[in-house]
Ligand binder design. Structure first.
Ligand code: UDP
Length: 432
């Protein structure tokens, strides 16, 4: 830690899977640059920290600490759902406690605030023991705070949501798994957190914001982050996607990506690929290299030869979505993807897999009316052709309005900027 004398020490605990760590690091960097006299110790598993911190510069008041992932040396994965998550959850609390003691000795500063992934219910007890504030960062959308055509009518602001769209483990699914237990414990303790910041903007969900604000202390919409963070680790255009898009016609390209964790089953990839060729839709598709073998015979060769398609393992998504050639985003409905699409004003075709993706997709189609869910829940050639034809022949006016509101929220006097100041007061201990 260099530069200004440091007088406060904040601990940041990440939930080390999918896009959670990157988002928590983004939040930490925003806080760290706004509070240069505070040291932020960032606790995360080694594998995730290695990726996040590679090439990272300019954050002298953020210290990296690795914690154990809970995977025994001789462990053999058997393919159970969330196997790695459950192993980690078994050691998480002890690991964070251990690492905090190390960081306190290293810096000579006691921890003065916990900023943690909203999943970590145990941070509440830790903060009470340490007599410091607890900030629980909710990394998903407000709509996922809550399996299946039955309509749930319990949550103000979520009147028309179907039980089937609530994340598995909340009211259905395996309620005994460590992951589900975590969600339940979190639900019971979140109201004790001193602040619950979220990567969203309050104008997107005014009723939900009102509801959550009356149940939580300082429920603070401080996003969308993609509109406030200029420097992004994901923005390398290794595969020259932007110059490829430059050669495409305005609003003609479907951008396809299912986030960093999920890939549709092989037969769905085939159906989606066939639908693209059938409808002669130009596309840019980000998908891991292992999946290329599942495409229909000749698909990659044909579409690259006639310049209608480009398949790559990674794209600078935010830049891609903001390119004038993009007409639609075919997505799994991950929260970051939805928010990035809203910020760019691009309608979506959603194929959700798990967790909050179902809720997000429902909101996209039914509440915000900025896209649709694939009919039947998975890609068939017929449903995909229909969805593409619908989006290409339809104008989604509300996406423009939401895009505008998102940009206003992060402007200097916008709601998210004001909320960030409130959060900073809690984190730095300067709350009046
Ligand atoms: N992303 C990207 N390029 C890719 C694939 C993904 O930049 O080729 C980024 C995307 O912009 C988003 C994140 O990875 O910020 C995925 O987050 P999301 O919440 O949508 O899905 P998850 O990976 O958590 O399922």
């Amino acid at each position: 830690v260099t530069g200004t004398v440091k007088n406060k020490h904040v601990a940041v605990f990440t939930f080390p899977y999918s896009s959670h760590p990157a988002l928590l690091l983004t939040l930490t960097r925003k806080l760290a640059s706004a509070a240069p006299t505070v040291v932020f110790s960032f606790f995360n598993i080694e594998k995730s920290n290695r990726v996040l911190f590679s090439g990272l510069s300019g954050c002298t008041n953020i210290l990296r600490y690795d914690v154990s992932d809970g995977i025994p040396d001789d462990y053999v994965f058997v393919g159970k759902p969330q196997e790695d998550v459950n192993l980690f959850l078994a050691v998480a609390e002890d690991e964070f406690r251990r690492a905090v003691r190390v960081a306190e000795i290293d810096t000579g500063l006691k921890i003065s605030c916990l900023v943690v992934d909203g999943f970590f219910w145990f941070a509440g007890d830790m903060a009470t023991e340490m007599n410091i504030p607890w900030v629980a960062f909710w990394t998903a959308g407000a709509c996922s705070a809550g399996p299946d055509e039955e309509i749930v009518d319990l949550i103000p602001g979520l009147e028309s949501v179907r039980l089937g769209d609530l994340p598995s483990g909340v009211v259905m699914g395996n309620l005994e798994s460590p992951f589900a237990t975590m969600l339940h414990k979190m639900g019971r303790t979140l109201a004790r957190a001193n602040a619950v910041p979220i990567n969203s903007f309050q104008e997107l969900d005014p009723d939900l914001t009102k509801n959550l604000s009356s149940n939580l202390n300082k429920f603070l919409n401080i996003g969308p982050f993609n509109l406030t963070t200029k420097e992004k680790t994901s923005e390398h255009d290794e595969y020259a996607c932007i110059s490829w898009l430059d050669n495409q016609k305005t609003r003609t390209v479907a951008y396809i990506c299912f986030g960093t964790v999920f890939t549709p089953p092989a037969h769905e990839l085939v159906e989606l690929a066939e639908a693209l060729e059938e409808t002669e839709t130009s596309f840019l598709w980000s998908i891991n290299k292992d999946s290329y073998k599942h495409f229909p015979k000749g698909f990659l060769e044909r579409t690259s030869a006639n310049e209608t398609g480009k398949v790559v393992p990674w794209v600078p998504q935010d830049q891609v979505l903001n390119h004038v050639a993009i007409r639609v985003f075919v997505t799994h409905g991950g929260w970051n993807s939805v928010l990035e699409s809203v910020g760019a004003g691009v309608p979506m075709i959603c194929r959700p897999f798990i967790g909050d993706q179902h809720m997000n997709s429902w909101m996209v189609e039914r509440v915000w009316e900025i896209g649709l869910r694939i009919q039947g829940g998975n890609f068939t050639k017929r449903a995909t052709c229909r969805a593409l034809e619908h989006v290409f022949s339809h104008s989604y006016k509300r996406i423009e309005a939401l895009k505008d509101l998102a940009h206003k929220a992060v402007a200097s006097n916008g709601s998210s900027s004001q909320n960030f100041k409130t959060l900073l007061e809690v984190v730095t201990g300067s709350t009046p």
